[in-house]
Design a protein around this ligand. Structure first.
Ligand code: 13P
Length: 249
């Protein structure tokens, strides 16, 4: 049985003070919850306060992006090594918003992934098709390409901490959720690519999360699918009661 990851992607929301307020309300709601791994990925500026307030709790901390160089003259960037040194355990890589607005490609995802793993972080690598690709019937092709390029040159041993999030772009922030069947099909394609890159045993252990309009109302249905190993939650993770309800689906 793969332990599910219920992860919050706060995107560009919340100040450090708002993060503290969130945690004061959220921690009592999920106290002792051990069935799933709870992860919160806030903006970089909130990582320190999140780590401080989460200390000794069941909440793990992640970042939303990182650069592949360790250090250097790269204004505005943060390295995987820095995130690990700060105490982050997870990092989201290749979110569709980074691909859409910030020039992320399959190849830069691959570079980030490799370095995140080297830094000892657990990457949550995002893949997913846009609506035009789904309508053109090329979803499987797109997912295969995104995965095979992301995994290129990475060994199974090195990839041990990897998780994938299937986030159909048309379901993000739209209120439209993929049906359990759509998600299950996509997860199968991803697992197949993981088996090709890292072997069957690895693929069986690999956690594949679903993301895209996950809410307290649909969390139970989605999380009951054997192929779905967790959720990456945007909008509904911003309020303590709603994110706690998803965690406790
Ligand atoms: P929403 O849950 O707001 O649709 O966002 C999903 C997402 O992009 C998580 O990474």
């Amino acid at each position: 049985m793969r332990k599910k990851i219920i992860a919050a992607n706060w995107k560009m929301y919340k100040s450090p003070a708002e993060t503290k307020t969130f945690m004061e309300a959220f921690l009592p709601l999920v106290k002792g919850h051990a069935r799933d791994e709870i992860v919160i990925c806030p903006p970089f500026i909130d990582i320190a306060i999140l780590l401080e307030t989460a200390r000794g709790s069941n909440v793990h901390v992640g970042a939303q992006n990182m650069y592949w160089e360790t250090e250097g003259a790269f204004t505005g960037e943060i390295s995987g090594k820095m995130l690990a040194a700060a105490g982050c355990e997870f990092v989201i890589i290749g979110h569709s918003e980074r691909r859409q607005y910030f020039g992320e490609t399959d190849d830069t995802v691959n570079r980030r992934l490799e370095v995140a793993l080297e830094a000892g972080l657990a990457p949550i690598c995002c893949v997913g098709e846009v609506i035009e690709e789904r309508e053109a019937g090329i979803t499987e092709e797109v997912l295969s390409r995104q995965c095979s390029r992301a995994f290129r040159g990475i060994s199974a041993r090195k990839a041990a901490k990897l998780a994938i999030a299937y986030e159909p772009v048309w379901a993000i922030g739209t209120g439209k959720t993929a049906t359990a069947q759509i998600a299950a099909q996509a997860h199968e394609v991803i697992r197949h690519e993981a088996a090709k890159a890292f072997g069957k045993d690895f693929a069986q252990q690999l956690r594949i999360l679903y993301g895209g309009s996950v809410k307290p109302e649909n969390a139970k249905e989605m999380m009951s699918q054997p192929e779905i190993d967790g959720a990456l939650v945007g909008g509904a993770s911003l309020k303590p009661d709603s994110f706690a309800a998803i965690v406790k689906y």
